[in-house]
Ligand binder design. Structure first.
Ligand SMILES: Nc1ncnc2c1ncn2[C@@H]1O[C@H](COP(=O)(O)OP(=O)(O)OP(=O)(O)O)[C@@H](O)[C@H]1O
Length: 347
């Protein structure tokens, strides 16, 4: 990922204009990137001059508690600055996009905390991590909708005047059926139902048992109780996809229903934010992120989701980001900082 030009010292690479930090804080890990303030607007993802990139562990306060999450954020930002031989005094703006920031009170608490770490002139933007994913597809512009489908799923939209809306993303108990967990849980349920005689025969039984090295559906009970972590269940999605590709009707129905769920969450967000007019023809970006939306040989989940959405909103403009969310967060802060400078200069 990026780096500074050969021959430049890190401090020179940071330049007199100072630096911007972008942080993508997740449950699995936390990434911080450092960009120079003095850079031309990047015309392509490859043109973003990343000065440094640091990685740390989980910073979701719902998973590890507030003090551990804040400590991780502080460490990862310090490490990114050390890698360019500079310190907090060089920072002009920071965007923290962190999972678990769902409410204005979460945002306010984090702002109060981060203000004490940096000099008074630094500008801060605290957002949900979905915002960094959106910005990674729009190169820092906050407008449009992002659909994330990994272990969990969420649709999150932002308008140019700052209104936000989300749909799904509430966890499996509250109906995220398009998520990796949702798809795999439906597949496991179908296997158990078929075994009981409550549902149709499905090749998912053979394929899932083979994958888990179990010999009977009875053993699934012990397997799920042994460790019900969402990611462990969600890891079965490729088995569902390959069974559907091989013509299994139950697997195909699970994927079609999940595609509809994902499309419905995007449509709900676009409607609520009026990102598209009544005729559905206005163009709006839809950034697609997460393992479930990766391309497959035959069963193209993201392609099907976009096809469903475009029946309602033909103006949908799908984007697969070419930069990581932390760079999206940094570009967002960089854009805000640049606009602020222009206003100060009266241009
Ligand atoms: N080829 C594939 N087709 C469909 N799904 C896949 C494919 N490869 C991996 N997956 C699924 O993608 C999910 C993991 O995606 P990702 O790594 O984006 O999620 P995560 O970061 O663990 O979750 P979250 O974004 O909710 O924190 C798992 O459910 C996995 O089974």
């Amino acid at each position: 990922m990026g780096g500074y030009e050969n021959g430049d010292s890190p401090a020179a690479a940071a330049g007199d204009g100072g630096v911007i930090l972008g942080v993508d804080g997740g449950t699995t890990n936390t990434v911080c990137v450092c960009l120079p303030v003095a850079m031309p607007p990047p015309e392509s993802p490859g043109a973003v001059p990343v000065l440094s990139r640091a990685v740390a562990g989980c910073s979701n306060r719902n998973s590890v508690g507030e003090s551990a999450a804040l400590e991780t954020l502080e460490q990862v930002m310090a490490q990114a600055l050390t890698l360019v031989n500079t310190d907090r005094s060089a920072v002009r703006a920071v965007c923290l996009a962190v999972s678990g920031v769902n409410h204005p009170s979460d945002q306010q608490r984090m702002l109060d905390w981060i203000r004490d770490l940096f000099p008074g002139h630094v500008k801060f933007y605290v957002e949900n991590d979905a915002v960094a994913a959106l910005a990674s597809g729009t190169m820092g512009k906050l407008h449009g909708c992002v659909l994330i489908a990994g272990t969990g799923s969420i649709a999150y939209g932002v308008t140019e005047d700052g209104k936000v809306a989300r749909a799904a993303g509430a966890g499996p108990v509250l109906g995220d059926w398009g998520s990796g967990y949702g798809i795999a849980a439906q597949a496991l349920t179908a296997v158990v139902k078929a075994y009981d005689g409550r549902g149709p025969h499905t090749n998912l039984t053979r394929e899932i048992l083979r994958k888990l090295e179990l010999s009977s559906p009875d053993e699934l009970i012990g397997w799920t109780y042994a460790d019900p972590s969402w990611a462990r269940i969600a890891a079965l999605v490729p088995v569902v996809v390959s069974s559907a590709e091989d013509g299994d009707e139950v697997a195909n129905k699970i994927l079609h229903d999940s595609v509809q769920e994902l499309a419905d969450s995007v449509v709900a967000v676009v409607r609520r934010l009026k990102l598209c007019g009544e005729d559905g023809m206005d163009q709006f970006p839809l950034v697609l992120v997460g393992g479930v939306l990766e391309g497959n040989k035959k069963w193209n989940i993201s392609g099907e989701v976009v096809r469903c959405i475009s029946k309602v909103f033909p103006g949908v403009h799908p984007i697969r980001p070419e930069v990581e969310p932390a760079i999206g967060a940094a570009l967002l802060a960089w854009n805000h900082h640049r606009k602020g400078l222009k206003l100060e200069n009266g241009s």
